[in-house]
Write a protein that binds this ligand. Structure first.
Ligand SMILES: Cc1cc2nc3c(=O)[nH]c(=O)nc-3n(C[C@H](O)[C@H](O)[C@H](O)COP(=O)(O)OP(=O)(O)OC[C@H]3O[C@@H](n4cnc5c(N)ncnc54)[C@H](O)[C@@H]3O)c2cc1C
Length: 392
Protein backbone atom coordinates (compact mmCIF):
# COMPACT_ATOMS: atom_id res chain seq x y z
CA UNK A 1 0.00 0.00 0.00
CA UNK A 2 2.73 2.46 1.04
CA UNK A 3 4.72 1.58 -2.07
CA UNK A 4 1.72 2.21 -4.31
CA UNK A 5 1.14 5.60 -2.70
CA UNK A 6 4.81 6.57 -3.01
CA UNK A 7 4.71 5.70 -6.70
CA UNK A 8 1.75 8.02 -7.13
CA UNK A 9 4.02 10.95 -6.33
CA UNK A 10 5.93 10.23 -9.53
CA UNK A 11 2.90 9.94 -11.81
CA UNK A 12 2.71 12.74 -14.39
CA UNK A 13 0.07 15.43 -13.99
CA UNK A 14 -2.77 15.75 -16.48
CA UNK A 15 -2.79 19.46 -17.00
CA UNK A 16 -5.36 20.69 -19.47
CA UNK A 17 -3.60 22.86 -22.06
CA UNK A 18 -6.59 25.24 -22.37
CA UNK A 19 -6.94 25.77 -18.69
CA UNK A 20 -4.91 28.42 -16.96
CA UNK A 21 -5.25 27.85 -13.22
CA UNK A 22 -6.23 30.70 -10.95
CA UNK A 23 -4.81 30.09 -7.48
CA UNK A 24 -5.13 32.31 -4.42
CA UNK A 25 -2.63 31.64 -1.62
CA UNK A 26 -3.27 33.07 1.84
CA UNK A 27 0.12 33.53 3.54
CA UNK A 28 3.51 33.93 1.86
CA UNK A 29 5.53 31.91 4.39
CA UNK A 30 7.29 28.58 3.91
CA UNK A 31 4.20 26.59 2.90
CA UNK A 32 2.77 29.32 0.65
CA UNK A 33 6.06 29.89 -1.18
CA UNK A 34 6.68 26.14 -1.59
CA UNK A 35 3.20 25.72 -3.08
CA UNK A 36 3.65 28.67 -5.43
CA UNK A 37 7.07 27.63 -6.77
CA UNK A 38 5.87 24.04 -7.25
CA UNK A 39 2.75 25.15 -9.13
CA UNK A 40 4.73 27.42 -11.41
CA UNK A 41 7.30 24.74 -12.12
CA UNK A 42 4.65 22.36 -13.44
CA UNK A 43 2.12 24.88 -14.76
CA UNK A 44 3.98 28.11 -15.57
CA UNK A 45 0.82 29.72 -16.98
CA UNK A 46 -0.92 29.64 -13.60
CA UNK A 47 -2.10 32.96 -12.27
CA UNK A 48 -1.18 33.23 -8.60
CA UNK A 49 -2.32 35.81 -6.08
CA UNK A 50 -0.50 35.91 -2.76
CA UNK A 51 -2.37 37.49 0.14
CA UNK A 52 -0.10 38.49 3.04
CA UNK A 53 -0.30 41.56 5.32
CA UNK A 54 3.50 41.87 5.43
CA UNK A 55 5.68 43.55 2.81
CA UNK A 56 8.34 40.81 2.99
CA UNK A 57 8.67 37.07 3.08
CA UNK A 58 10.60 36.30 6.28
CA UNK A 59 13.10 33.44 6.49
CA UNK A 60 12.07 33.01 10.10
CA UNK A 61 14.15 29.89 10.75
CA UNK A 62 17.18 32.23 10.88
CA UNK A 63 15.61 34.83 13.18
CA UNK A 64 17.92 34.11 16.15
CA UNK A 65 20.90 34.90 13.89
CA UNK A 66 20.02 38.61 13.87
CA UNK A 67 22.36 38.96 16.85
CA UNK A 68 25.17 38.61 14.27
CA UNK A 69 23.58 39.41 10.87
CA UNK A 70 21.26 42.22 9.78
CA UNK A 71 17.55 41.45 9.72
CA UNK A 72 17.45 42.54 6.07
CA UNK A 73 19.42 39.37 5.18
CA UNK A 74 16.30 37.39 6.12
CA UNK A 75 13.74 39.51 4.28
CA UNK A 76 12.69 38.94 0.71
CA UNK A 77 10.39 41.75 -0.44
CA UNK A 78 7.13 40.51 -1.93
CA UNK A 79 7.77 42.98 -4.78
CA UNK A 80 10.87 40.89 -5.67
CA UNK A 81 8.81 37.70 -5.45
CA UNK A 82 6.19 39.28 -7.74
CA UNK A 83 8.87 40.09 -10.31
CA UNK A 84 10.64 36.74 -10.01
CA UNK A 85 7.49 34.64 -10.33
CA UNK A 86 5.01 36.90 -12.12
CA UNK A 87 2.56 36.52 -9.25
CA UNK A 88 0.54 39.28 -7.61
CA UNK A 89 0.88 40.22 -3.93
CA UNK A 90 -2.05 41.84 -2.13
CA UNK A 91 -1.16 43.22 1.32
CA UNK A 92 -4.12 42.01 3.37
CA UNK A 93 -5.19 39.50 6.00
CA UNK A 94 -7.82 36.87 5.38
CA UNK A 95 -9.65 34.93 8.08
CA UNK A 96 -12.01 32.02 7.73
CA UNK A 97 -14.55 30.14 9.77
CA UNK A 98 -16.41 27.03 8.66
CA UNK A 99 -19.26 29.01 7.12
CA UNK A 100 -16.92 31.31 5.17
CA UNK A 101 -15.00 28.30 3.89
CA UNK A 102 -18.16 26.62 2.64
CA UNK A 103 -19.26 29.81 0.94
CA UNK A 104 -15.84 30.18 -0.71
CA UNK A 105 -16.06 26.61 -1.99
CA UNK A 106 -19.54 27.23 -3.43
CA UNK A 107 -18.76 30.54 -5.14
CA UNK A 108 -15.02 30.06 -5.74
CA UNK A 109 -14.68 33.73 -4.90
CA UNK A 110 -12.99 35.61 -2.12
CA UNK A 111 -13.43 39.26 -1.16
CA UNK A 112 -10.10 40.91 -0.31
CA UNK A 113 -9.62 44.67 0.13
CA UNK A 114 -13.00 45.26 -1.59
CA UNK A 115 -11.84 43.25 -4.59
CA UNK A 116 -13.56 40.04 -5.62
CA UNK A 117 -10.99 37.37 -6.47
CA UNK A 118 -12.04 34.31 -8.49
CA UNK A 119 -10.11 31.13 -7.96
CA UNK A 120 -9.93 27.56 -9.15
CA UNK A 121 -8.06 26.67 -5.95
CA UNK A 122 -7.56 28.43 -2.65
CA UNK A 123 -4.68 27.59 -0.30
CA UNK A 124 -4.68 28.67 3.34
CA UNK A 125 -1.08 28.83 4.62
CA UNK A 126 -1.25 31.58 7.23
CA UNK A 127 0.98 29.89 9.85
CA UNK A 128 0.44 29.90 13.58
CA UNK A 129 0.82 32.81 15.95
CA UNK A 130 3.39 32.79 18.71
CA UNK A 131 2.31 33.32 22.30
CA UNK A 132 2.70 36.93 23.36
CA UNK A 133 2.07 38.95 26.50
CA UNK A 134 0.95 42.53 27.14
CA UNK A 135 3.48 45.10 26.02
CA UNK A 136 5.91 46.04 28.77
CA UNK A 137 8.88 48.34 28.13
CA UNK A 138 11.76 45.97 28.74
CA UNK A 139 10.07 42.74 27.68
CA UNK A 140 10.50 41.43 24.14
CA UNK A 141 8.73 38.59 22.35
CA UNK A 142 9.39 36.78 19.07
CA UNK A 143 7.18 39.24 17.19
CA UNK A 144 9.52 42.12 18.15
CA UNK A 145 12.45 40.36 16.47
CA UNK A 146 10.56 40.19 13.17
CA UNK A 147 10.79 44.02 13.00
CA UNK A 148 14.15 44.77 14.63
CA UNK A 149 17.41 42.80 14.75
CA UNK A 150 18.42 41.20 18.05
CA UNK A 151 21.75 43.06 18.06
CA UNK A 152 19.89 46.37 17.77
CA UNK A 153 17.64 45.58 20.74
CA UNK A 154 20.59 44.71 22.96
CA UNK A 155 22.58 47.75 21.83
CA UNK A 156 19.58 50.03 22.52
CA UNK A 157 19.10 48.46 25.93
CA UNK A 158 22.73 49.12 26.83
CA UNK A 159 22.55 52.71 25.53
CA UNK A 160 19.37 53.37 27.51
CA UNK A 161 21.24 52.12 30.51
CA UNK A 162 18.69 49.51 31.49
CA UNK A 163 20.21 47.29 34.11
CA UNK A 164 20.79 44.95 31.17
CA UNK A 165 24.38 45.47 32.18
CA UNK A 166 23.54 43.20 35.10
CA UNK A 167 21.09 40.63 33.76
CA UNK A 168 19.15 39.38 30.77
CA UNK A 169 16.52 36.66 31.13
CA UNK A 170 15.27 34.38 28.37
CA UNK A 171 11.98 32.65 29.20
CA UNK A 172 11.27 29.37 27.40
CA UNK A 173 13.56 26.38 26.94
CA UNK A 174 12.11 25.13 23.65
CA UNK A 175 14.01 25.19 20.34
CA UNK A 176 13.49 28.93 19.74
CA UNK A 177 14.43 29.93 23.31
CA UNK A 178 17.62 27.84 23.21
CA UNK A 179 18.68 29.18 19.80
CA UNK A 180 18.21 32.77 21.01
CA UNK A 181 19.96 32.05 24.32
CA UNK A 182 23.23 30.89 22.74
CA UNK A 183 23.25 33.71 20.18
CA UNK A 184 22.77 36.25 22.99
CA UNK A 185 25.60 34.69 24.95
CA UNK A 186 27.92 35.03 21.95
CA UNK A 187 26.77 38.59 21.35
CA UNK A 188 27.53 39.50 24.99
CA UNK A 189 30.99 37.94 24.69
CA UNK A 190 31.69 39.88 21.49
CA UNK A 191 30.87 43.20 23.15
CA UNK A 192 32.71 42.08 26.30
CA UNK A 193 29.63 42.49 28.50
CA UNK A 194 29.63 40.83 31.90
CA UNK A 195 25.81 40.74 32.08
CA UNK A 196 24.33 37.64 33.69
CA UNK A 197 22.40 35.57 31.19
CA UNK A 198 19.77 33.16 32.50
CA UNK A 199 17.14 30.79 31.19
CA UNK A 200 13.78 30.47 32.93
CA UNK A 201 11.90 27.32 31.97
CA UNK A 202 8.69 25.71 33.19
CA UNK A 203 9.94 22.14 32.65
CA UNK A 204 12.64 20.27 34.52
CA UNK A 205 14.87 20.04 31.43
CA UNK A 206 15.29 21.97 28.21
CA UNK A 207 14.05 20.77 24.79
CA UNK A 208 11.61 18.25 26.28
CA UNK A 209 9.94 17.71 22.91
CA UNK A 210 13.20 16.30 21.50
CA UNK A 211 14.85 12.94 22.20
CA UNK A 212 16.79 12.48 25.45
CA UNK A 213 20.37 13.56 24.89
CA UNK A 214 19.43 16.98 23.51
CA UNK A 215 18.78 18.21 27.05
CA UNK A 216 22.01 16.92 28.57
CA UNK A 217 24.12 18.24 25.70
CA UNK A 218 22.55 21.70 25.86
CA UNK A 219 22.53 21.95 29.67
CA UNK A 220 26.20 20.97 29.79
CA UNK A 221 27.04 23.66 27.23
CA UNK A 222 25.02 26.19 29.26
CA UNK A 223 27.01 25.34 32.36
CA UNK A 224 30.31 25.70 30.49
CA UNK A 225 29.25 29.09 29.19
CA UNK A 226 28.03 30.29 32.58
CA UNK A 227 24.38 30.58 31.61
CA UNK A 228 22.21 30.28 34.72
CA UNK A 229 19.31 27.82 34.51
CA UNK A 230 16.04 28.04 36.47
CA UNK A 231 14.01 24.91 35.68
CA UNK A 232 10.46 24.29 36.98
CA UNK A 233 9.90 28.02 37.14
CA UNK A 234 6.98 30.03 35.81
CA UNK A 235 7.30 33.57 34.50
CA UNK A 236 4.69 35.81 36.11
CA UNK A 237 5.57 39.40 35.30
CA UNK A 238 8.32 41.89 34.54
CA UNK A 239 8.25 44.73 37.08
CA UNK A 240 10.53 47.60 36.09
CA UNK A 241 13.94 46.13 36.92
CA UNK A 242 12.69 42.88 38.45
CA UNK A 243 11.25 39.67 37.21
CA UNK A 244 8.45 38.04 39.21
CA UNK A 245 8.64 34.26 39.06
CA UNK A 246 6.94 31.30 40.75
CA UNK A 247 8.24 27.85 41.63
CA UNK A 248 6.26 25.31 39.66
CA UNK A 249 5.64 22.81 42.43
CA UNK A 250 5.09 25.10 45.43
CA UNK A 251 3.74 28.16 43.56
CA UNK A 252 6.01 30.19 45.85
CA UNK A 253 6.79 33.53 44.23
CA UNK A 254 10.22 35.12 44.10
CA UNK A 255 12.05 37.92 42.30
CA UNK A 256 15.25 38.27 40.32
CA UNK A 257 16.75 41.43 38.86
CA UNK A 258 16.32 41.50 35.09
CA UNK A 259 17.01 44.51 32.90
CA UNK A 260 15.68 42.82 29.80
CA UNK A 261 13.39 39.81 29.52
CA UNK A 262 12.84 37.90 26.30
CA UNK A 263 9.70 35.77 26.20
CA UNK A 264 9.92 32.84 23.81
CA UNK A 265 6.95 30.82 24.94
CA UNK A 266 6.24 28.84 21.77
CA UNK A 267 3.18 28.73 19.56
CA UNK A 268 -0.23 29.83 20.75
CA UNK A 269 -3.24 27.52 20.63
CA UNK A 270 -3.42 26.58 16.98
CA UNK A 271 -6.40 28.03 15.13
CA UNK A 272 -5.78 25.11 12.83
CA UNK A 273 -7.69 23.68 9.96
CA UNK A 274 -8.13 19.96 9.64
CA UNK A 275 -7.50 18.45 6.23
CA UNK A 276 -7.79 15.03 4.67
CA UNK A 277 -4.64 13.17 3.62
CA UNK A 278 -4.58 15.15 0.35
CA UNK A 279 -4.56 18.56 2.06
CA UNK A 280 -8.20 19.47 1.28
CA UNK A 281 -9.86 21.32 4.17
CA UNK A 282 -12.49 19.35 6.07
CA UNK A 283 -15.66 21.04 7.23
CA UNK A 284 -18.02 18.77 9.17
CA UNK A 285 -15.69 15.92 8.18
CA UNK A 286 -16.35 16.57 4.47
CA UNK A 287 -13.54 17.77 2.17
CA UNK A 288 -13.91 21.03 0.28
CA UNK A 289 -12.45 19.95 -3.08
CA UNK A 290 -11.02 23.33 -4.11
CA UNK A 291 -9.75 24.59 -0.75
CA UNK A 292 -6.44 23.34 0.56
CA UNK A 293 -4.44 24.09 3.70
CA UNK A 294 -0.71 23.67 4.48
CA UNK A 295 1.93 24.60 7.03
CA UNK A 296 1.64 25.38 10.73
CA UNK A 297 -2.09 26.15 10.47
CA UNK A 298 -2.89 22.64 9.24
CA UNK A 299 -3.44 19.21 10.73
CA UNK A 300 -3.70 16.47 8.13
CA UNK A 301 -5.53 13.24 8.81
CA UNK A 302 -2.68 11.10 7.57
CA UNK A 303 0.44 9.32 8.76
CA UNK A 304 2.69 12.19 7.57
CA UNK A 305 4.29 14.62 10.00
CA UNK A 306 2.09 17.39 11.42
CA UNK A 307 4.94 19.04 13.37
CA UNK A 308 5.12 22.84 13.39
CA UNK A 309 8.31 22.94 11.35
CA UNK A 310 9.50 24.47 8.12
CA UNK A 311 10.23 20.93 6.96
CA UNK A 312 6.56 19.89 7.20
CA UNK A 313 5.36 23.26 5.87
CA UNK A 314 7.44 22.93 2.70
CA UNK A 315 6.43 19.29 2.13
CA UNK A 316 2.74 20.08 2.64
CA UNK A 317 3.02 23.15 0.38
CA UNK A 318 4.54 21.07 -2.40
CA UNK A 319 1.97 18.30 -1.93
CA UNK A 320 -1.04 20.62 -2.18
CA UNK A 321 0.39 22.19 -5.35
CA UNK A 322 0.65 18.69 -6.87
CA UNK A 323 -2.89 17.91 -5.77
CA UNK A 324 -4.33 21.11 -7.25
CA UNK A 325 -2.76 20.10 -10.57
CA UNK A 326 -3.95 16.51 -10.22
CA UNK A 327 -7.45 17.63 -9.24
CA UNK A 328 -7.70 19.97 -12.22
CA UNK A 329 -6.81 17.07 -14.51
CA UNK A 330 -8.08 13.80 -13.06
CA UNK A 331 -9.82 14.56 -9.73
CA UNK A 332 -9.68 10.90 -8.59
CA UNK A 333 -5.89 10.66 -8.52
CA UNK A 334 -4.69 12.74 -5.61
CA UNK A 335 -1.41 12.16 -3.77
CA UNK A 336 -1.56 11.41 -0.01
CA UNK A 337 0.71 13.14 2.51
CA UNK A 338 3.19 10.62 3.88
CA UNK A 339 6.22 12.76 4.67
CA UNK A 340 7.91 11.66 7.92
CA UNK A 341 10.13 13.88 10.05
CA UNK A 342 13.64 13.37 8.68
CA UNK A 343 15.51 15.10 11.47
CA UNK A 344 15.80 18.38 13.33
CA UNK A 345 18.76 20.52 14.34
CA UNK A 346 18.83 23.18 17.05
CA UNK A 347 21.72 25.60 16.65
CA UNK A 348 23.74 26.71 19.67
CA UNK A 349 25.39 29.88 18.37
CA UNK A 350 27.61 30.13 15.33
CA UNK A 351 29.80 27.09 15.95
CA UNK A 352 27.73 24.41 17.68
CA UNK A 353 24.42 22.60 17.29
CA UNK A 354 22.55 19.49 18.39
CA UNK A 355 20.16 17.45 16.30
CA UNK A 356 18.97 14.11 15.04
CA UNK A 357 18.99 12.69 11.56
CA UNK A 358 17.12 9.71 10.14
CA UNK A 359 16.00 8.20 13.45
CA UNK A 360 15.51 10.00 16.74
CA UNK A 361 18.29 7.91 18.35
CA UNK A 362 20.88 9.19 15.89
CA UNK A 363 22.11 12.24 17.81
CA UNK A 364 24.42 14.61 15.92
CA UNK A 365 26.31 17.41 17.66
CA UNK A 366 28.91 20.09 16.95
CA UNK A 367 30.11 20.84 13.45
CA UNK A 368 28.34 17.92 11.69
CA UNK A 369 25.02 19.09 13.15
CA UNK A 370 25.71 22.68 12.16
CA UNK A 371 26.61 21.63 8.62
CA UNK A 372 23.38 19.66 8.40
CA UNK A 373 21.39 22.72 9.44
CA UNK A 374 23.16 24.88 6.88
CA UNK A 375 22.43 22.34 4.14
CA UNK A 376 18.73 22.34 5.00
CA UNK A 377 18.63 26.15 5.02
CA UNK A 378 20.49 26.28 1.68
CA UNK A 379 17.92 23.90 0.21
CA UNK A 380 15.14 26.31 1.15
CA UNK A 381 17.09 29.27 -0.29
CA UNK A 382 17.32 27.35 -3.57
CA UNK A 383 13.57 26.70 -3.51
CA UNK A 384 12.99 30.43 -3.02
CA UNK A 385 15.17 31.00 -6.07
CA UNK A 386 13.01 28.56 -8.04
CA UNK A 387 15.32 25.51 -7.85
CA UNK A 388 13.68 22.51 -6.20
CA UNK A 389 16.24 20.11 -4.72
CA UNK A 390 13.83 18.31 -2.35
CA UNK A 391 13.97 14.67 -3.38
CA UNK A 392 11.90 13.45 -0.43
C1 LIG B 1 13.27 31.33 15.51
C2 LIG B 1 12.68 30.14 14.79
C3 LIG B 1 13.52 29.15 14.29
C4 LIG B 1 12.96 28.06 13.63
N1 LIG B 1 13.82 27.11 13.16
C5 LIG B 1 13.32 26.06 12.48
C6 LIG B 1 14.20 25.07 11.93
O1 LIG B 1 15.41 25.15 12.11
N2 LIG B 1 13.66 24.04 11.24
C7 LIG B 1 12.31 23.93 11.03
O2 LIG B 1 11.88 22.97 10.37
N3 LIG B 1 11.45 24.83 11.54
C8 LIG B 1 11.91 25.90 12.25
N4 LIG B 1 11.04 26.83 12.76
C9 LIG B 1 9.59 26.66 12.53
C10 LIG B 1 9.21 27.18 11.14
O3 LIG B 1 9.69 28.47 10.98
C11 LIG B 1 7.69 27.17 10.93
O4 LIG B 1 7.21 25.88 11.18
C12 LIG B 1 7.36 27.57 9.47
O5 LIG B 1 7.72 28.91 9.27
C13 LIG B 1 5.88 27.36 9.18
O6 LIG B 1 5.62 27.78 7.87
P1 LIG B 1 4.19 28.38 7.48
O7 LIG B 1 4.25 28.69 6.03
O8 LIG B 1 3.11 27.51 7.99
O9 LIG B 1 4.08 29.72 8.33
P2 LIG B 1 4.98 31.01 8.29
O10 LIG B 1 6.32 30.75 7.73
O11 LIG B 1 4.88 31.58 9.67
O12 LIG B 1 4.22 31.97 7.28
C14 LIG B 1 2.90 32.43 7.49
C15 LIG B 1 2.68 33.64 6.60
O13 LIG B 1 1.30 33.96 6.64
C16 LIG B 1 1.12 35.35 6.84
N5 LIG B 1 -0.16 35.51 7.53
C17 LIG B 1 -0.41 35.33 8.86
N6 LIG B 1 -1.73 35.54 9.10
C18 LIG B 1 -2.29 35.84 7.91
C19 LIG B 1 -3.63 36.14 7.51
N7 LIG B 1 -4.65 36.18 8.38
N8 LIG B 1 -3.87 36.40 6.18
C20 LIG B 1 -2.85 36.36 5.28
N9 LIG B 1 -1.58 36.07 5.62
C21 LIG B 1 -1.31 35.81 6.91
C22 LIG B 1 2.34 35.78 7.65
O14 LIG B 1 2.61 37.16 7.47
C23 LIG B 1 3.44 34.88 7.07
O15 LIG B 1 4.09 35.48 5.98
C24 LIG B 1 11.55 27.94 13.44
C25 LIG B 1 10.71 28.95 13.93
C26 LIG B 1 11.27 30.04 14.60
C27 LIG B 1 10.34 31.10 15.10
Amino acid sequence: MALKETRLAFLPFFISKQKKLNVVIIGGGYAGIAAMTTLLRHAPDSSITLIDPKTHHLKITHLHETFRYPLTDLLVPFTDIEQRYGCRHIPASAHFNAEALQQCQQTQQLLVNDELLYFDYLLIASGCENRTSDHVDNVLSLQDFTDTAGSEFLTQAFVRNYPTEQSISVVGGGATGIQFLFEIKQFLSRIKSKAILRLIHSGDRVLEQFPRGFDTYVQTRMKELDIAFHPNTYYRQQQSTHLLLAEKHTQKQFELTSGLTILLLGKSQRPSFTANAFGQVLVDQKPLPNIFVAGDCSVYQSVGSNTLTAQSAVRKGKLVAHNMLRHSGLPGLLEPYLHPDLGYVVSLGSSDAVGWLGTENALVTGLPALTLKELVEAQYDLLLAGIDTYLV
